[in-house]
Write a protein that binds this ligand. Structure first.
Ligand SMILES: [Zn+2]
Length: 332
């Protein structure tokens, strides 16, 4: 689902909210009038006064000043009577107004200056979180909870810098990716390295940072992604076909494909994966791939079309060193 489609959906909800608020207001006012018919009579009188004076002004324009003064006097009197009656029955002006969920934008989502209200932004974020498949985990796994000190400062055999230094560079790169996300020249990311080195954690950090800014992020493991595509293509049961979920894989702002290489690869998966990667690339949407496979194995596993896209348009980020206990987040 594109951001614009989500926005449209949210705006429809605002319209619905406003309609409901207006209906409730009418019910509330009707109940007050039912209880106090004299109040309604006063208000009808005030309206009629205005109309009769307008008519009089048209037929006797020379008496304008006098007529307006008369109107003002009459209205002042009627207003006072109305106010007295309201006071007697403990009514306030607010009792005649709609009750808005958001008083800033009166459930329009947009403020008077045309900018989006903060309630709109929050809804967009909530909706994006809901769709991301990451809603629960991101409170624990984000840039703020990421701890460099968990990584060893020992030199890693075959590498020029320590694991911690490497993670520091990765952190900088990932923060940069999130920060520059909207720049078309910012490349996609491919995380590779063994399990337990923080690839998923780092992908989650990026996801949260983007979600909090109202971007649509979708997380899927490669296995789930292929299952979704297979169901769509071959699923006999229409309940297994979920066009919206499928559409989001193509249209979301950031697609995270986790654990690439754990799915079964065949001609079908290769062509489907290519469709997603290539379409997203052509449409300028970013993708983050995470895999346990080293680049040389990726090249053997996936056909040339996929590899050429990945090698041309992705920054390769290597995770190495010792397994940190990513599962026991209380140690982070
Ligand atoms: Zn608002």
């Amino acid at each position: 689902m594109k951001r614009s489609a989500v926005v449209q959906e949210i705006m429809k909800n605002y319209e619905k909210k406003r309609r409901l608020a207006e209906e409730r207001r009418q019910e509330k006012v009707a109940a007050i009038y039912h209880r106090l018919p004299q109040l309604e009579a006063l208000e009808t009188k005030m309206k009629k006064k205005g109309i009769s004076i307008t008519k009089a002004l048209l037929s006797e324009p020379e008496k304008q000043q006098l007529l307006l003064q008369q109107l003002e006097d009459d209205l002042t009197l009627l207003r006072r009577q109305r106010q007295d009656l309201m006071n007697q029955h403990g009514l306030k002006e607010a009792d005649f107004e709609p009750v808005w969920e958001c008083t800033y934008c009166q459930d329009r989502g947009v403020l008077k200056d045309g900018s989006h209200c903060s309630c709109f932004k929050q809804q967009l974020i909530n909706e994006a979180y809901h769709m991301s498949n990451l809603a629960g985990i991101l409170e624990k796994e984000n840039f703020k909870t990421f701890r460099l000190d968990l990584f060893s400062t020992d030199k890693v055999a075959g590498e020029t810098i320590s694991q911690r230094e490497n993670m520091r560079q990765i952190l900088t790169e990932c923060e940069g990716f999130a920060f520059n996300f909207d720049l078309p020249e910012e490349k996609n990311l491919l995380f590779y390295g063994h399990t337990g080195l923080g690839k998923t954690f780092m992908a989650n950090c990026i996801a949260k940072s983007l979600l909090d800014r109202g971007h649509i992020v979708i997380y899927q493991t490669a296995i789930k992604l292929i299952t979704l595509l297979e169901n769509h293509q071959f699923g006999k049961d229409s309940r297994e076909k979920d066009p919206q979920t499928l559409e989001r894989l193509f249209n979301c702002d950031l697609l995270i494909i986790d654990d690439l290489g754990t799915e079964l690869t065949n001609t079908f998966t290769n062509s489907q994966l290519f469709q997603i990667i290539n379409t997203r690339q052509l449409e300028g949407r970013k993708t983050l791939i995470s895999t346990n496979l080293p680049p040389s194995t990726l090249m053997e596993r996936y056909d040339d079309r996929i590899c050429s896209r990945i090698f041309a348009h992705y920054n390769f980020v290597k995770f190495y060193g010792q397994d940190v206990r990513w599962q026991g987040t209380e140690t982070l």
